[in-house]
Design a protein around this ligand. Structure first.
Ligand SMILES: NC(=O)c1ccc[n+]([C@@H]2O[C@H](COP(=O)([O-])OP(=O)(O)OC[C@H]3O[C@@H](n4cnc5c(N)ncnc54)[C@H](OP(=O)(O)O)[C@@H]3O)[C@@H](O)[C@H]2O)c1
Length: 385
């Protein structure tokens, strides 16, 4: 059983006070979580904006945000007010619980101004696509002093986007789930037992997110379960997000023609994962060696192999979501930065981290470069108009 810091386990000494959470990155996902936590979780939510200017934009809508459940027309629009919203220039207080929902590449810069308000008992959950943010935070943000907050990870499968006309309304297009887990402190010790999981249920941040089990399908699970789901979602994103951006097409248009490129992306990434996530691929032996009922059963080899992942990507990406235009393609079309360095680019990062030959990530590096090329080309064309 892992020994978590006392606070990571029990962080609940304010049990009688209303729990409170800050949200850094109050866009689509941040607003979805904030509105649900305040309405159904009994939690006080404080959005954190990047500047006084952005805070003042928020004030023009009377600090209100609405979520329209597009996935079910019988449900009402949810609206909540967040009058204590803040920003680095006027922030006061201490951050016990923080949800980070800015884009992956924005995280380090967004977090830095709030470091003085965190301590080693603070809980921080990153709820983002892609992989690699926790490594960046450990290397670039929590690197100097003694500050080592408790880090958690969320993998959200809901789909939500800002309304094109009503700027403080977000349209909740797809209801799926949100998986959450504590991140391991040591990369070589990633296996959590059911007893570890039970101890973490007393953590204040986990408690407040668990209160959304019905309204947002939040599920608290062991890290190995989360990681397996995260890697599966990551592989789908490595194929769908980047290829639709480069080719400039709807997801469904790739259904009959993208098999070979998807296969190359997946094959290469899984090969790198075998080194980078060795304890996950060794899980069957670990499971067999553990006492009965101590660990969840997981079919890692059955789920994380090229054939299954190729079928899964085609089905989830091109059939179930065939009518979608991927978020990365939307970013490229709207001339915004993409999260490519934390999607296909993360396979390249892993090769460096584990001293694998550069050629082990040549397909994913080329895809990463082509997405950057497509964005630059679109920006250059726009500038020339
Ligand atoms: N939307 C979805 O359906 C969906 C689904 C699954 C996963 N995800 C993932 O969830 C994450 C968030 O996506 P999203 O769609 O919610 O993005 P988003 O709507 O762009 O929201 C990101 C927010 O972060 C804010 N931000 C950026 N830099 C900041 C800073 N320095 N300080 C404070 N706030 C800052 C942005 O505000 P500014 O306007 O000031 O830049 C923006 O409001 C991404 O990793 C995405 O891939 C999204």
């Amino acid at each position: 059983m892992k020994v978590y810091s006392k606070q990571a386990q029990t962080n609940n000494q304010n049990m009688t006070a209303q729990p409170s959470v800050y949200i850094l990155g109050f866009g689509a996902i941040g607003s979805l979580l904030g509105v649900h936590l305040q309405k159904y979780g009994g939690t006080k939510v404080t959005p954190l904006f990047r500047s006084l200017g952005r805070l003042s934009d928020f004030k023009t809508n009377d600090y209100e945000v609405s979520i329209k459940p597009l996935y079910d027309s019988s449900l009402e629009i949810l609206t909540e007010r967040f009058p204590d919203a803040s920003c680095p220039e006027n922030f006061k207080g201490k951050i016990d619980n923080l949800i980070v929902t800015c884009k992956t590449y924005q995280t380090a810069d967004a977090l830095r101004p709030f470091l003085p308000y965190l301590d080693n008992n603070s809980n921080i959950i990153m709820i983002q696509n892609g992989l690699g943010v926790s490594e960046v935070l450990k290397e670039q943000v929590f690197n100097g002093g003694d500050l080592k907050p408790n880090l958690f990870q969320g993998v959200i499968a809901h789909g939500i986007f800002q309304d094109s006309e009503i700027k403080n309304q977000y349209n909740h297009a797809g209801f799926v789930d949100c998986k959450i887990s504590k991140l391991p402190e040591n990369d070589n010790d990633i296996i959590e037992t059911f007893a570890d999981l039970e101890a973490l249920k007393q953590n204040e941040l986990i408690k407040m997110l668990n209160s959304l089990d019905r309204s947002l399908g939040v599920v608290h699970m062991t890290y190995q379960e989360l990681l397996l789901g995260q890697l599966e979602k990551f592989l789908v994103n490595c194929c769908i997000n980047s290829v639709t951006s480069i080719i400039d097409c709807m997801n469904g248009e790739l259904a009959n023609c993208a098999g070979p490129i998807f296969q190359s992306i997946i094959e290469e990434a899984i090969n790198v994962f075998h080194t980078a996530y060795k304890p996950l691929f060794d899980y069957e032996d670990i499971y067999k060696g553990a006492k009965h009922g101590q660990l969840p059963k997981l079919n890692v080899a059955g789920r994380l192999n090229v054939t299954t992942m190729l079928e899964n990507t085609m089905h989830v990406g091109c059939v179930v979501n065939g009518g979608n235009s991927s978020s990365m393609r939307q970013d490229v079309l709207n001339l915004r930065e993409t999260e490519i360095d934390y999607i296909n680019g993360y396979v390249v990062t892993l090769c460096k981290k584990f001293s694998l030959p550069e050629s082990n990530a040549k397909v994913n590096r080329t895809i990463q470069e082509l997405v950057k090329l497509r964005l630059k080309l679109n920006q250059t064309r726009k500038a020339g108009q």
